[in-house]
Design a protein around this ligand. Sequence first.
Ligand SMILES: NC(=O)c1ccc[n+]([C@@H]2O[C@H](COP(=O)([O-])OP(=O)(O)OC[C@H]3O[C@@H](n4cnc5c(N)ncnc54)[C@H](OP(=O)(O)O)[C@@H]3O)[C@@H](O)[C@H]2O)c1
Length: 248
Amino acid sequence: MSVEQTVLVLGGTGRTGGRVVEQLLGRGAAVRAIVRTAERLPAGVAQHPNMTVVVADLLSLNATELEQYVRGCDAVVSCLGPNLSLKGVFGAPRDLVVEAVTRVCRAIERIQPATPVKFILMSTVSVNRPQRLDTRRGGAERAFMWLLRGVMPPAKDNQRAADFLSTDIGTASRSVQWVAVRPDSLLEGDVSEYAVHEGLVSSLFRPDGTNMANVAHFMCELVTDSGVWDKWQGGMPVVVNVARSTAR
Ligand SMILES: NC(=O)c1ccc[n+]([C@@H]2O[C@H](COP(=O)([O-])OP(=O)(O)OC[C@H]3O[C@@H](n4cnc5c(N)ncnc54)[C@H](OP(=O)(O)O)[C@@H]3O)[C@@H](O)[C@H]2O)c1
């Protein structure tokens, strides 16, 4: 890959985001990570010569600061999500992902990059593609999802973030192109064989598994392989392990 690629990673201290940071550095990219706590990054990455760590509360950054951090980036990868605790899931901010995606995309638009910046969002299979492009879910599943979005703020947040990309950014922006990557239940494990589908392949009641390492791998492919990007940009691909895992 080209060593000139610079990638801003959001959520780089998370389980998937940390893997993205490691894999991008392994591919020779320069990585900028905005994190709340540098110590939560994977061991050794903060010292990597191609790594820049910005310690800040992402949603507290003002417009000028955000413009500074996106300037010169070829891609942005967001693996943000609430921490899995009562406070993380039900406390503020209840709109972490959509707020971060909106503010960062707007910052990119304001700096008017010479070529569009790739925005790669870690989404989930509970998110629907617009215009009912996914296979229609069964009645029980639709009712469950309706309930989920009503009572679980992160479920609504994830859908709103994907809707922002598909509706507000769309496919005609000169500044931002995007992909919302939809993994199924997240699993530990190394990079393994995985499949990428245009739409949903499993019911929420009989989920597939997706190694976080595979999510990171596919996101890195989107950053570094123009053929992969051209195939999926403006889409919401579903990523699942080829082998069904028993280790959930
Ligand atoms: N669980 C699943 O099976 C599943 C399946 C598919 C998709 N997903 C989605 O995938 C995404 C990432 O999942 P994950 O398990 O890799 O995430 P994770 O390990 O929980 O990491 C979340 C990241 O978001 C950051 N973050 C949380 N609250 C923040 C705030 N208020 N301000 C700034 N940063 C904040 C965390 O930073 P700190 O380290 O500072 O806390 C961390 O870097 C989530 O959106 C999730 O909904 C999950």
